[in-house]
Design a protein around this ligand. Structure first.
Ligand SMILES: Cc1ncc(COP(=O)(O)O)c(C=O)c1O
Length: 495
């Protein structure tokens, strides 16, 4: 089969990127506690000469920071960190190392948590969904109405795998953003990223096989392994740089692994990004052993910095990477439109797709294809990323305000979840019950591990727009975390 070439794409820095990059850098100095409340931030002139940008660009950056509530201008004097801003809590440590592959058993706790999703009386900090206000609903509704008025009935016909061609063309075009070169013919459309992962796993592994995954990882990946009878080999994952590749290499040298499933960009729940040289090393390490890599890049477009990170797929020369994603976090979760660029496994994925659901629903595929064709998607993504960066910052500051001293929290550079390490005595599953009773949810740490580790961790979603209701919910959660009932030994029903 022909080798797939890796490709580099260079993005010219626009003024838009420049002022946000400067704002992000100053914001980081504030949230990490380098600049304290009342401190003067660097003067406009100084920053403009330091960064070699115009005064107008720095003023734009400072006005963004003012709108985020981080700094304020004092007439004739300059800009200062606002009172009441506390530095972000420290980051969690590298999690415990992996041991042996294990059959997964997370469904009990996941069911319990997912049952609470959708209850409008509860503040949903558990489910990682973008707020409806962040999604382009009005445009999608208009496009769907127009499609339904078409006389040819195309929206109601089967669209068998590989799926809607105009959509696959748009997906292939957008791959240029992440350094990829995929042809529309190399893509199969799916019902969300979840079906893309499901088909990919089934194409390369079967019951009793072992698949290497990050620890922690997204709970539905664990449930998928559970449902397929596949064992999980949990590899420790760094909260900034992703899967520990030395640990993976060591594991591969002692046991047979059928595949590796990773989220290199804005990992759920850690928010980490594997650096480019890590992605390349991962692809080459697996390539030497002919082990397929399933890459989940669902959050790749939601970067807070100026550049979209590259993907592992962009380093794939041998067709061993099955690249999975969807529009669930950026356009419409309910449309359930995803895809897989399956490399050398394309034929197998395509027939598994046909055998399992025959086709991806046609109308949502047409709607998303038309949305992308019309243009404006990049503008929508820019606005969404800006808003999510703000939500992540506000939630981090709320943890600082409301949670006990010693709480640790990740510093994601994209996506919209925070991974929070609580006092080692806290039992996050019990905390969930108490939180639900007080009208707020979160996702307890054990959902994110095959062996239900991370008992004292929680994942918080920052997808909601900030409001007094969320601030009050965070305050309640903080009180529960700090309260005497949190102690494991003190909980009712425990010996
Ligand atoms: C990392 C990750 N992969 C896959 C999915 C599922 O995506 P979809 O809703 O497109 O099936 C999610 C959903 O939250 C996720 O966080």
């Amino acid at each position: 089969m022909p080798e797939e070439k890796p490709m580099t794409v260079s993005h010219p820095p626009s003024n838009d990127f420049l002022y946000r990059r400067i704002a992000d850098r100053i914001a980081a100095l504030i949230t990490q506690g380098t600049l304290l409340p009342g401190d003067a931030v660097p003067s406009v002139r100084r920053l403009s000469s330091q960064e070699d940008v115009s005064v107008a660009t720095v003023l734009q950056a400072y006005s963004l920071l003012e709108s985020r509530g981080l700094i304020r201008a004092r007439p004739q004097s300059g800009y200062y960190v606002r009172a009441g801003i506390k530095p972000a809590p420290p980051e969690p440590a590298n999690p415990a190392p992996s041991s042996r592959p294990a059959l997964v058993g997370v469904s009990g706790v996941v069911d319990k948590v997912l049952r609470a999703v959708g209850n409008p009386d509860v503040v949903q900090l558990g489910a990682a969904c973008p707020a409806p206000d962040l999604l382009p609903h009005a445009r999608l509704d208009r496009i769907a109405r127009a499609l339904c008025l078409r006389k040819d009935g195309a929206a109601h016909a089967y669209d068998p795998p590989p799926g809607h061609l105009p959509l696959r063309r748009m997906i292939a075009l957008r791959a240029l953003d992440w350094g990829g070169e995929i042809a529309p013919d190399g893509i199969v459309t799916t019902c969300g990223c979840m079906e893309a992962l499901n088909l990919s796993l089934r194409a390369v592994a079967g019951p009793g096989d072992t698949v290497a995954i990050e620890s922690p990882t997204y709970f539905s990946i664990l449930q998928l392994l559970e449902s397929l009878g596949i064992k999980a080999l949990e590899i420790p994952t760094h909260p900034r740089e992703g899967m520990d590749l030395d640990a993976l290499e060591k594991a591969l040298s002692v046991r047979r692994v059928a595949a590796c499933l990773v989220q290199p960009n804005f990992h759920n729940p850690l928010g980490c990004v594997m650096p480019d040289d890590g992605k390349q090393r991962l692809v080459e390490m697996l390539g030497r052993r002919d082990i397929p890599l399933i890459e989940d890049d669902l959050y790749g477009d939601l970067h807070f910095g100026p550049m979209r990170p590259r993907t592992a797929k962009s380093f794939d020369r041998r067709g061993l990477v099955l690249y999975c994603s969807s529009f669930s976090k950026t356009i419409s979760p309910g449309s359930r439109v995803g895809w897989v660029a399956a490399g050398r496994y394309l034929g197998r994925v395509r027939s598994l797709k046909q055998m399992s659901t025959i086709a991806t629903p046609t109308l949502p595929q047409m709607m998303i294809a038309e949305f992308l064709r019309e243009g404006g998607h990049d503008r929508h993504l820019r606005a969404m990323r800006r808003e999510l960066a703000r939500q992540v910052q506000l939630m981090t500051l709320a943890i600082r305000r409301h949670f006990p001293e010693g709480t640790k929290v990740t510093r994601p550079e994209g996506g919209f979840v925070l991974w929070v390490e609580l006092d080692s005595e806290v039992d996050a599953v019990e905390l969930f019950d108490r939180a639900l009773a007080s009208g707020v949810t979160m996702a307890p740490g054990p959902m994110f591990s095959a062996k239900q580790k991370y008992r004292n961790f929680i994942r918080l979603s920052c997808g909601n727009l900030w409001s007094d209701r969320i601030d009050a919910a965070m305050a309640r959660l903080g009180r529960l975390v700090a309260g005497p009932a949190r102690r494991r030994g003190n909980s009712p029903g425990r010996p």
